[in-house]
Write a protein that binds this ligand. Sequence first.
Ligand code: AMP
Ligand code: MG
Length: 488
Amino acid sequence: MTKQNHIGWNFKNSYAQLPEKMFAKQMPTAVPNPKMVCFNDELAKTLGLDFSAISEDNKAQLFSGNLLPIGAEPIAQAYAGHQFGHFTMLGDGRAILLGEHLSPNNKLFDIQLKGSGQTPYSRRGDGKATLRSMLREFLISEAMHHLGVPTSRSLAVVNTGEKVYREEVHEGAVLARVMSSHIRVGTFEYISNFLDVTTLQGFTNYVIKRHYPELTKNANPALALLKTVMNKQIDLVINWLRIGFIHGVMNTDNMSITGETFDYGPCAFMNNYHPDTVFSSIDVQGRYAFGQQPGIVQWNLVCLAEALIPLIDKDADKAVKMAQEVINSFPAIYKEKWWQMNGIKLGFTSVAENEKQLIEDLLTWMQNNQADYTNTYLAIANYYQQTDEKYITPDFAQWYQRWEDILKANNISLSSALKTMQQHNPEFIPRNHLVEKSLDNACLQQNFTLFNELLKTSKAPYQAQSSYKHLQTPPPDGDKGYKTFCGT
Ligand code: AMP
Ligand code: MG
């Protein structure tokens, strides 16, 4: 037995107190030979957890699920969801919630093991995850966090010592995922479709109390919840668009009620700017393409609204009208925030007609010239030092001159614009080709050099670092043929 008392676990398991149809009690499946692969010291610290007195072996036992943390009450959560538009019963098929840990600053965090074996919701799946995809999630979720995007985080990756069979044989792994909760739009859809209104009311009260206590006193808490989740999701998708992130599988079961990014299966970053960019192997229609994401968020919110109808008003027609009014406000709120975000990327403090035209022209220019989304903003900021011939063309020079003129007309000095830009335009994103190469090196050759470099630069993504220039270069073929996968 380990001396777990020193770790600082402080489990308060509220989800396990909910009605029994909301989850299934489920122990993680034991794994044969767990070995620590990654551990997030910084995150452990913010959670108030101290593993310094724990051996690596015991840590691996803990984060593989072979040993339970003190106070854990493992469950698999029930949920449903619209996957590519089709409603299905789902649930944690390969994840187990150990419980909710209360951190020293009084915040509750789900501690979840992903890849820890079958549950009653596994359907035909094996309940497992590959080392490669758990390392990918570790790297990208940490990068997202440091890019300033709300997200689930990764505490640990353990190699289970087991083989996992996908198209090829893989090493198996378990990821310890930390998130303010795993409650999704699909959780509401599950209750609305399969349980009763009393449960829906009780659960909605629970969600409001847990995540949005300020809404408790609202005259119509369910409607206020819808509005609040909408605003959180708008902010989230704006952040994704700011940094070129493509989630890849924005089904309603992968959209969190707290506005955090999660489920990192088929996600990717856009290199060359094009709104139709899509990498997920199963997304043949481009439903979740880069530029489709705001529309999909709105679509998913309609599913949330439908689930909440009985709580919004006893009169269903009236409730629908009220919910519709909220949903109808989406496009205008979104668009305004989108202009603001694009303005900030160019150092503007406000956006009027001239700025809008300039923004649109830049996006069109990038699209027509296969320009890298991240590097173009860096090129604007370093215009006079440019060596990349893409940015030394007359049409780009003309655009640049207009930008300088509009800054001047706004009384914004170049240095102050550059300062704003530097805070919102990353130097480093986890480039797809580098992520995949780092995973090849790590999983096939046990060489973590590139993986660790990517992790290191991702911790300060807005800071130029001359020794890591090689991590800023897009692939020469512009991601041609690159594909990402779910469920690996
Ligand atoms: P995702 O695409 O990760 O959002 O997963 C969709 C659904 O499939 C969820 O219910 C998952 O728990 C389930 N799932 C994905 N992979 C597996 C697996 N290997 N074994 C069991 N269930 C899985
Ligand atoms: Mg999912």
